[in-house]
Structures are given as structure tokens and as C-alpha cells.
Design a protein around this ligand. Structure first.
Ligand code: NOJ
Length: 450
């Protein structure tokens, strides 16, 4: 075997049961935006609007995973990666978001699942990775309380059709990001803004998370059920009481608001008073219906944030000081490279006693890779992954629980508002030819997993 990098890391240090995988999402890779009866999602519509995505990029073809899935599954096997996380596109299964069902969509995901199993790769399904059917957005999307029922009906269809072969399920991906960026800031689909839209979406998404998980539990008794949260280590810019308080509010918003109701702790209204406005949308039994006893929690951590108090920022009274302003090493996303953040979030989430198992369901980095003589020498990404794995080992040594690590992501793909500029893949994609080239980081990961 060709050793591509010397590193003191060894897979065995993580234990035999540690789960290794790679994560993707339907809209970012599939393309085939209107093929075989698929309906438009909010992201198809958003990307078609002028000025929303860098360089006017869209995902009509993306990585063409819809057609090249077998090739990409072969690559996952070549990289020795035993677990593959992918999402189901709701409008491919139900073009209008509600019945009728598109049988071609069901057939497509059946092909993927069967191809993975045949290759000896375990499928991990995310039910919602941000591509809401556009037709439902016309009815208010996640701001409409009916969204809980729409989502439940969609989950039923997925578990009925795929539950015989798929045991690992994640209900919703990064709720704080898609509600914050999509319903408060308007920089992600569906492009809505304002506190009312945001809080309604927050509450309905959280209800839908618990409702969806219950459906999986009832239909697939031996399912391994999780849901994923983005999380960031937050630090105050100075030790002044104002900055410390500001950091606490940002931590509450980014790290606690979505998980605490799921854990039965309710919304953290005491530490973030604007959340009290949620009470206008909470009815009768809601507080009981917000929680679910998940088998695992997926954490997705990329960086840390440094926070200072600011009276100019409404609701939160805090400002993030960018990596650029702090003059620290950062990725193409402008995110600081700070591996200890992973240790810190593991410590933070380990403190919730009711979390049974933590899996890092995303971690990775975007760097400006170049293909030279058929090779991509992405040493920064290789080191980024290695350094984060070191933090996991440190956490394990300190007695913290962590049960798996999934790299974001398999191939370079459509990075939402950043378009194709931010390359996160272990595998390089030439988007003109769809040519794949395994990067140095991919080769290192392959060796590591062998
Ligand atoms: C979080 C999201 O789940 C994923 O879709 C995104 O591409 C990565 N992080 C990187 O930003």
C-alpha cells in the first residue's frame, strides 16, 4: 500500500466500535433538478433568482450524482469508508410536498441504498437537508404550523419504502442554520426575513424533529435514530462582563436553542429573552411534543466564534469578530481553523446527561484546491482533518463520549450561497467535465481507514 502521509494517528486508537463515514446532501450533489418527475425545491427557486448565489451558480447539475451515483459509491469503497450519509430530496419523492408520490423518486433512492449495501457500505439517511418543496413554501413553508403534518406524512413514506434496509436515520440537518439564514437573514432559501418568520419556523421545525423521530421509532423498532445540530465553540473577545454576557447569548442562540427543547429542557428563554416571543406560537401540548429520546445526536463543528457586546445588533446585542479581522488562519468560508473547538463542543454536549451517544456527523474544510498533473495536493485539508481527529482522541482520553466521525464531504459540491467556490471534498470535481480526482486528503483518509 502506498503510504501518502506520515501521521501518528491510527484508527485503532479510536476503538473498534468507532464509526467512520462521509456526509453529503441531496441538493448539493444530485443535480437532475427536474428529472423523472422531481418538483422544484425552495433552493431551485432561490438559485434561479438574480444575486442570491455567488457568481450566479445554481445546482441544476451539481455533481450529477443522480446519474453518477454508482461511480461515486465505487469511490467511497475505494476510500475504505464504511458509512455514507446522504439526504432524501423531499420534492423528488413528493413533487408538491404532499401526495401523490413520485414512484421514480422512490426507485432512485432504492437504487442508491441497494448499491451501497452491495458495496458493503452502510446507508445513513438524513430526511431533511434544507430542500423544502417549493409548493409548500407557497403555503408559508416552515412558518406554517401545518408543516409539522406535511413533514410527518413525508417521513411515513420514506420509512415505509426504505426502512426495511436502512437502520440509521437523521431527522433534520442543522435547524439553527437553515432557519437563521433562510427565515431570519434571508441569505439562504427561501429568503425570508424577520423575527416572526424565524421564531415560527424554529418552533415548527423542532416539533417536526420530534414528530418525525416518533414515526421512525414506531415503524422501524430497531432503527438507530438521530438528528444533527451545528455547533460552535463561543468565546468572549475580552473578559469584560459585557462581552462575557454577549458570548453567553450567542452560545444560547447557536448551541442551545434547538437541542434543549428536544432534550425536554424547553427553550432557553432565561438566557435569551427574545425567545419568550415563542410563547405566542406554543399551544397546549407542544412542550411535551418537542422532545424525543434520540439514540444519538449528530454534532457538526467547523470552527469557533469570538464575540463582543454590541448594542447595534437587535435581539442578541452581540457581534461576531470575523477571522479576517482577528488575523487568524481561516478557510475559504472565512472560518477560523481552530481544532480545539471540537474538543470544547464535545465537552459542552457531554454535559447534557440525557444525550446517549454523540457522533460528529460533519467536519471538514474548504480550501482553494488546484489540480496539477492529475493530482490535488490539499495538505491543509489533510492537516485540518488530522488535527480534529487529535482533538477527538484528547476528548476520549479525558473520558468524554464520542462515537463517530463523518467528514464533510465526499466530492466538491454546491456550497449553498457560496456556489462552487468553496471546495470541501475529499475528491476534486471538475465541474465542466464531471471528472473526479481523489485529493491527497482522500488518499490519506483511505490509508488511515485501511
Ligand atoms: C453544514 C451543512 O450541513 C452542509 O450542507 C454544508 O455544506 C457544510 N456545513 C459546510 O458549510
Amino acid at each position: 500500500m502506498n503510504k501518502v502521509e506520515t501521521s501518528f494517528l491510527h484508527k485503532n486508537q479510536f476503538g473498534d466500535d468507532f464509526l467512520w463515514g462521509v456526509s453529503t446532501a441531496a441538493f448539493q450533489i444530485e443535480g437532475a433538478h427536474d428529472t423523472d418527475g422531481k418538483g422544484p425545491s425552495i433552493w431551485d427557486v432561490f438559485t434561479s433568482q438574480k444575486g442570491k448565489i455567488k457568481n450566479g451558480h445554481h445546482a441544476s447539475t451539481a455533481c450529477d450524482f443522480y446519474n453518477s451515483y454508482q461511480n461515486d459509491i465505487d469511490l467511497i469503497r475505494e476510500l475504505n469508508i464504511p458509512n455514507f450519509r446522504f439526504s432524501i430530496s423531499w420534492p423528488r419523492i413528493m413533487p408538491a410536498g404532499v401526495p401523490p408520490i413520485n414512484q421514480a423518486g422512490i426507485a432512485y433512492y432504492n437504487k442508491i441504498i441497494d448499491a451501497l449495501l452491495l458495496a458493503g457500505i452502510e446507508p445513513w439517511i438524513t430526511l431533511y437537508h434544507w430542500d423544502l418543496p417549493h409548493n409548500l413554501e407557497l403555503k408559508g413553508g416552515w412558518t406554517n404550523r401545518e408543516s409539522v403534518n406535511w413533514f410527518s406524512a413525508y417521513v411515513e413514506i420514506c420509512v415505509q419504502n426504505f426502512g426495511d434496509r436502512v437502520k440509521n436515520w437523521m431527522v433534520i440537518n442543522e435547524p439553527s442554520v437553515f432557519t437563521g439564514a433562510g427565515y431570519f437573514l434571508g441569505i439562504h432559501a427561501p429568503g425570508k426575513k424577520g423575527i416572526t418568520n424565524y421564531l415560527k419556523a424554529m418552533h415548527h421545525v423542532t416539533l417536526a424533529t420530534a414528530a418525525g423521530a416518533k414515526i421512525i421509532r414506531n415503524r422501524i423498532p430497531d432503527a438507530h435514530i438521530g438528528t444533527t445540530f451545528s455547533c460552535t465553540h463561543i468565546e468572549p473577545a475580552t473578559q469584560s462582563p459585557k462581552d462575557i454576557e454577549a458570548a453567553k447569548r450567542v452560545d444560547t442562540l447557536l448551541n442551545r436553542t434547538f437541542i434543549e427543547p428536544i432534550l425536554g429542557l424547553g427553550y432557553p428563554q432565561a438566557d435569551l429573552p427574545v425567545l419568550k416571543k415563542l410563547n405566542a406560537y406554543i399551544v397546549e401540548d407542544d412542550l411535551n411534543n418537542l422532545s424525543f429520546d434520540f439514540d444519538f445526536i449528530g454534532l457538526q463543528c467547523y470552527t469557533r466564534e469570538v464575540v463582543k457586546s454590541s448594542l447595534l445588533i437587535p435581539y442578541i446585542g452581540a457581534e461576531l469578530i470575523s477571522a479576517e479581522k482577528r488575523n487568524v488562519i481561516s478557510t475559504d468560508m472565512g472560518w477560523e481553523v481552530y481544532p480545539p473547538a471540537l474538543y470544547e463542543v464535545l465537552k459542552k454536549f457531554n454535559a447534557y446527561n440525557s444525550i446517549k451517544k454523540i457522533i460528529i456527523t460533519e467536519n471538514g474544510a474548504a480550501f482553494p484546491d488546484t489540480l496539477k498533473n492529475g493530482k490535488v495536493y490539499d495538505i491543509k485539508r489533510t492537516h485540518y482533518i488530522q488535527d480534529h481527529l487529535e482533538q477527538i482522541l484528547k476528548a476520549k482520553k479525558d473520558g468524554l463520549h464520542v462515537d463517530g466521525y463523518f467528514v464533510w464531504t465526499l466530492t466538491d459540491n454546491f456550497e449553498w450561497a457560496e456556489g462552487y467556490n468553496a471546495r470541501f471534498g475529499l475528491i476534486h470535481v471538475d465541474f465542466d467535465t464531471q471528472q473526479r480526482t481523489i485529493k491527497h486528503s482522500g488518499l490519506w483518509f483511505k490509508d488511515f481507514l485501511s
